[in-house]
Design a protein around this ligand. Structure first.
Ligand code: HEC
Length: 198
């Protein structure tokens, strides 16, 4: 019986230490962090697009966390400054990601603002990046004989349009692209970093 109590006590201490290191201490450190002045809350279209991003598993190949120079050459890859906690103020849940089969997307809106490019790339990544291993998302588009009023018809590179037909973006594709275009965390965060140090 004596050993069981020791085992249980040891397990409780280990669990308590882990909880305080991973939950309590980070909570105390980050609870006062304010959203940076340059960060805008998501619009409703961006939030819908974010849900499409989650639903389609983009996170399995794309991270949203450029790292510090000391950890990885992310700035040289053009992915932007290292992200800080405040950058995620409006992210519920955050979409940090752990895998980087594709590039980090935390600043994709800043380096690729074109709606045409994003729509075409989602319809067929290989039309824009030869040999890309990103899956295409044809179910986010409709193939039509003729465009209806208000339709967003894709301008694809030659050879990627279905012959004699049109490719039209669905609302989901448009929302997803609005979300991607809004991914711009290039504003300065010096003040935020100062606040965190206090
Ligand atoms: C199987 C892995 C994989 C999945 C899943 C995936 N991607 Fe990609 N993605 C890539 C790779 C690899 C590239 C680089 C080649 C290219 O540009 O196509 C890329 C490139 C991109 C780019 C261009 C990045 C740049 O820096 O030019 C965007 C934007 C993008 N993906 C968005 C998405 C979105 C949105 C989804 C979900 C709907 C998604 N990806 C799902 C692998 C993936």
């Amino acid at each position: 019986m004596h050993d069981e109590i020791k085992l249980l006590g040891g397990a409780m201490v280990t669990l308590g230490l882990a909880t305080s290191a991973l939950v309590v201490v980070p909570f105390l450190q980050l609870q006062g962090v304010e959203p940076p002045a340059g960060l805008k809350p998501y619009t409703s279209a961006q939030l819908r697009g974010r849900a499409v991003y989650i639903k389609n598993g983009c996170i399995y190949c794309h991270s949203q966390q450029p790292r510090d120079k000391a950890q990885a050459p992310d700035d040289k890859r053009g992915w932007g400054r290292a992200s800080v906690a405040a950058d995620y103020s409006y992210d519920r849940p955050h979409l940090l990601g752990t895998s980087r089969t594709g590039p980090d997307l935390f600043n994709i809106g800043a380096r690729q603002p074109s709606q045409d490019w994003h729509l075409g790339h989602l319809y067929q990544p290989r039309a824009y990046t030869p040999g890309s291993i990103m899956p295409s998302y044809p179910f986010l588009f409709e193939i039509k004989e003729q465009a209806d009023p208000g339709d967003r018809v894709l301008t694809l590179p030659p050879g990627f349009k279905p012959p004699g037909k049109l490719v039209v973006a669905t609302q989901e594709a448009l929302d997803l692209v609005t979300y991607l275009q809004g991914m711009d965390h290039t504003y300065p965060v010096f003040q935020v970093v100062e606040t965190q140090k206090k």
